[in-house]
Design a protein around this ligand. Structure first.
Ligand SMILES: *Cc1c(COP(=O)(O)O)cnc(C)c1O
Length: 404
């Protein structure tokens, strides 16, 4: 069980020092943080945080300090100016994410804008990437096209990496849902003076705590599990150093990539139930994968391979995913024709891209990923009943098995 301690940005300063000391040393838990991590940001008496639509805020007549005299921009947490800089619900999100993700969190308009922000800030000359989200790869290609950033595979860290470079590791990796050894990549990156950035979108806490394995930067597409309802885009970067987080927020003002007003409200609302959803999704996926793996022989004409962390035997996998396995996995079918038919035979899985929502999805991955195996089907497990999902998949596979 990962435990979370209140950090210094909390409301503790307002309570008596003795009580504050007691509270500060008492760990609080993920489910409580998700609901109360932003209590200190309350501006009104409403229990549900208001949706703020305004882009601009009246200046406080008692706080007329010119921009040039501000030491940093933390004051905007209390007195926002313009929503591109920060707004009440982006502040609330950063309060919760800083606790939940155990570092200094900076919120963005999408996962790819979080990744881009990291590239702009750390400005690596060389970028080491393996299989990863095609959108992050596309950003790397833009950096290569415009600024000659070198791209290398993960195998070449020892050969080419230098101080200031970035090793970008996605684990569990899209679209397979299998895991890579974070400690091992941290060791290899650090030996060369490079930083390790981990895209942990597929296994947010409590499934995986990336810091335990020595990462330097953590990113999540909050569009996926944190959002969880397939109705918002957002992303988050987490760093260990508060000053780096401040610099990222400064850059974000001019990149124009802060999370939007309405999305931030939706994300805030989603976070309240995040722990219940992710745990259910993880349990469901583990059951579904076990069923498919145990019954693979029955679908011999259709089902080729199954990829998922729960099927990996390397000891590091259990250590990393100590809170449960990731809710996405992939299968390959015997041919492309079966891949076209399979999604249509399912009752409870929408045929659509994306993942992380409460509704289960399947995707014939060739529809959106130009680099992928043409017989790969990615499956994102939602919060339905696991047995209903198993029966649905099993019926579809049986139908294909009989028609071949
Ligand atoms: C979806 C995703 C992204 C990009 O996030 P957006 O919110 O769609 O911009 C990055 N990494 C992974 C692993 C993803 O699944």
């Amino acid at each position: 069980m990962i435990r979370y301690t209140l950090n210094t940005r909390s409301h503790l300063l307002k309570v008596a020092p003795r009580v504050a000391r007691q509270l500060a040393t008492r760990p609080i838990h993920l489910s409580t943080t998700l609901i109360h991590g932003d209590d200190k940001d309350n501006r009104v008496s409403d229990v549900a945080p208001p949706i703020n639509v305004t882009t601009t805020f009246r200046y406080d007549p008692n706080d007329l300090i010119p921009w040039s005299e501000r030491e940093n921009l933390d004051f905007m947490d209390k007195t926002p100016i313009y929503s591109r800089l920060g707004h009440p619900n982006s502040t609330r999100l950063e309060s919760i994410f800083s606790e939940v993700l155990n570092g200094h969190a900076v919120i963005y308009s999408s996962g790819v804008s979080a990744f881009f922000a990291a590239m702009v800030h750390y400005n690596p000359k060389r970028l080491f990437m393996g299989q990863s989200y095609h959108g992050c790869r596309a950003i790397a290609n833009i950096l290569t096209r415009n600024y000659n950033v070198e791209q290398h595979p993960l195998e070449d860290i020892e050969k080419y990496a230098q101080k200031g470079d970035i090793v970008h590791l996605e684990t569990p990796v899209n679209p397979y849902g299998t895991s890579l050894d974070i400690s091992e990549f941290a060791r290899r990156a650090h030996a060369k003076g490079a930083l390790l950035c981990v895209d942990s979108t597929f296994a947010p806490p409590p499934l995986q705590d990336v810091w335990e394995f020595d990462a330097d930067i953590v990113m999540h597409s909050a569009t996926k599990y944190f959002g969880g309802h397939s109705d918002l885009l957002s992303g988050v970067l987490v760093v260990k150093d508060e000053d780096v987080a401040r610099q990222l927020r400064d850059d974000r003002i001019y990149l124009g990539t802060n999370v939007a007003n309405l999305e931030s409200y939706l994300l805030l609302r989603s976070l309240r139930t995040f722990k219940m959803r992710i745990e259910r999704q993880s349990e469901n996926a583990t059951k579904v994968v076990k069923f498919l793996n145990d019954n693979k022989g029955k679908f011999g004409n259709v089902l080729d391979k199954i990829y998922h962390s729960s099927l990996q035997t390397e000891p590091f996998v259990k250590k990393q995913l100590k809170g449960g396995y990731d809710p996405v996995f992939s299968i390959t079918l015997k041919n492309k024709e079966q891949c076209k038919k399979f999604p249509l035979l399912l009752k409870y899985f929408h045929h659509a891209t994306s993942l992380g929502g409460i509704e289960s999805l399947v995707e014939w991955r060739a529809m959106t990923d130009p680099y992928i195996d043409q017989t790969l089907i990615r499956i994102s497990i939602g919060c339905e009943d696991a047995d209903d999902l198993i029966n649905d998949l099993s019926a579809a596979l049986n139908k294909l098995q009989d028609t071949n």
